[in-house]
Write a protein that binds this ligand. Structure first.
Ligand code: NDP
Length: 284
């Protein structure tokens, strides 16, 4: 079983490895495989499911609904409001639409997908109303850099910011400098997306790929499992790989529940060094 840890200040135990759903929609055969993969993940404890109204213009949420069936209660379910909908009323309406597509009556976490042109105070006020009305349990943001996180926190009047979902993979480690330490101090969960760089996965024959392979062989694991383990090595980190293939999901589930050694961490740091200066938050 995948290990779980408290999700920021909420204290809710959430698996460190979850499941993304970007691009699960398409030809029906592929969708059915994605549904099977999501269910395989649930069986293995990958019960943090990340979706968004944006994904397939709502189609991904409907696929999640199919995958969940009667299993809603097992899941930490996350969706996101598009910035273009993030007025006060727009956020409330977008949440209702997501709930309808997902076939459930509450979300565990609702995120502003990325910064909107509407005032953050307005969006966060809507988030607080959704919490008070029982439509979401917790509120968060996505693709927010340090100052934006602080603004979101300041915009919340009687609830706390639960999470920031941001790009985090071996070639994008900029968040380790300031964002991760700040979120740790503030008990904000950091959910790293695109752990495999979306389509930028290190090639096995590249110098970095060879380092990862050696680490993987030392542990009897795969390179992807090493990557997922590395990306969740700190106490407030979570990761949400997407896989629409059951065997891939099984492999990803093996990324947690064991530990990299100091020697492994040093080798990975050397092959994929974090930046030595502050960089703007990377997206996608
Ligand atoms: P990932 O880094 O998770 O990579 C997904 C790709 O890796 C897919 O092509 C998948 O193929 C493949 N893959 C996954 N596991 C394996 C495996 N074990 N073996 C071989 N191939 C594998 O990319 P995403 O960009 O999808 O990020 C993950 C999730 O993060 C998204 O789905 C979404 O939920 C979230 N996200 C959030 C964003 C935001 O702005 N907040 C932005 C981007 C993503 P296959 O399906 O065939 O298994």
């Amino acid at each position: 079983m995948v290990i779980r840890r408290p999700f920021g200040y909420t204290g809710v135990d959430v698996p460190v490895i979850g499941q993304g759903t970007w691009k699960v929609e398409g030809a029906r055969e592929g969708e059915l495989r994605a549904i099977a993969a999501l269910r395989t993940g649930l069986d293995l404890g990958l019960t943090h499911i990340d979706t968004a109204e944006m994904y397939g213009s709502g189609r991904a949420e409907k696929i999640v609904r199919e995958a969940l069936g009667e299993r809603r209660g097992e899941v930490f379910l996350v969706s996101k409001v598009l910035p273009t909908n993030a007025t006060f009323d727009g956020t409330l309406r977008a949440c209702e639409r997501s709930l309808k597509r997902l076939g459930c009556d509450y979300l565990d976490l609702y995120l502003l997908h990325w910064e909107s042109r509407y005032p953050i105070t307005e969006t966060m006020r809507a988030m607080e109303k959704l919490i008070d009305d029982g439509r979401i349990r917790f509120a968060g943001v996505s693709n927010f850099d340090l100052d934006q996180v602080k603004a979101a926190q300041a915009a919340l009047r009687h609830h706390r910011l639960a999470a920031n979902q941001v790009l985090y993979h071996l070639r994008e480690r900029g968040i380790e400098r300031r964002l991760i330490p700040y979120c740790r101090q503030e008990e904000i969960a950091v959910v790293g997306y695109s752990p495999f760089g979306h389509s930028d996965f290190p090639r096995p024959n590249s110098p970095g790929g060879k380092v990862l392979l050696r680490v993987a062989e030392r542990h009897g694991r795969t390179v992807r499992q090493v990557i997922l383990n590395f990306l969740t090595r700190l106490p407030q980190l979570f990761t949400i790989p997407k896989s629409a293939v059951p065997d891939h999901t099984r492999e990803n589930a093996g990324g947690a529940g064991w530990s990299l050694t100091e020697e492994d961490l040093a080798a990975i740091d050397h092959a994929f060094p974090p930046p030595d200066h502050d960089t703007p938050l990377a997206m996608w």
